[in-house]
Design a protein around this ligand. Structure first.
Ligand code: HEM
Length: 124
């Protein structure tokens, strides 16, 4: 694995490591208030990023395109903005970060949809 596929996989692994530490901290403290933010760190950060990584590993033509690098930057920005945003939203200290991060995360999936369709046509 190399390039964008590796970037996605390393990011995913960092996210789930932090997510698990956070989960253990919630369990140990008995305070599950931020469970929703933990869940998004794990599901968007680990599961989604890892799936992106697998796709780019299996589709080298997609991984070499400039759009793949744009995809990685948008996806990473979405994750690192959305998760603290959810923390803020749960604590009722603001919703701006959650909104910005959510739309970046949606944009990253839209880029991925375009990538999948373009490469499906190319290989068909
Ligand atoms: C060491 C590993 C982990 C620990 C100790 C842990 C711990 C926790 C705890 C304490 C909660 C709150 C439960 C509640 O309030 O009912 C929670 C919620 C959750 N976790 Fe984890 N977790 C871990 C890993 C993961 C992973 C890898 C994922 C997903 C890939 C995940 C997804 C979720 C989801 C979806 C919720 C529900 C959030 C909600 O109801 O708002 N967790 N976890």
């Amino acid at each position: 694995m190399k390039g964008v596929a590796l970037y996605f996989f390393v990011t995913a692994t960092v996210a789930v490591t932090l997510g698990m530490i956070w989960g253990i901290q919630m369990s140990a403290s008995g305070d599950h208030a931020l469970g929703g933010a933990h869940a998004h760190l794990n599901l968007v950060g680990w599961v989604t990023m890892a799936l992106f990584g697998v796709y780019y590993h299996l589709t080298p033509a997609a991984a070499e395109a400039m759009l793949a690098k744009v995809h990685y930057v948008v996806a990473l920005a979405g994750l690192v903005i959305m998760v603290p945003g959810i923390v803020q939203a749960i604590r009722e200290t603001g919703e701006t970060l959650a909104k910005v991060g959510s739309f970046l995360t949606l944009a990253s999936m839209a880029i991925f949809l375009v990538t999948v369709l373009m490469n499906a046509r190319r290989t068909a």
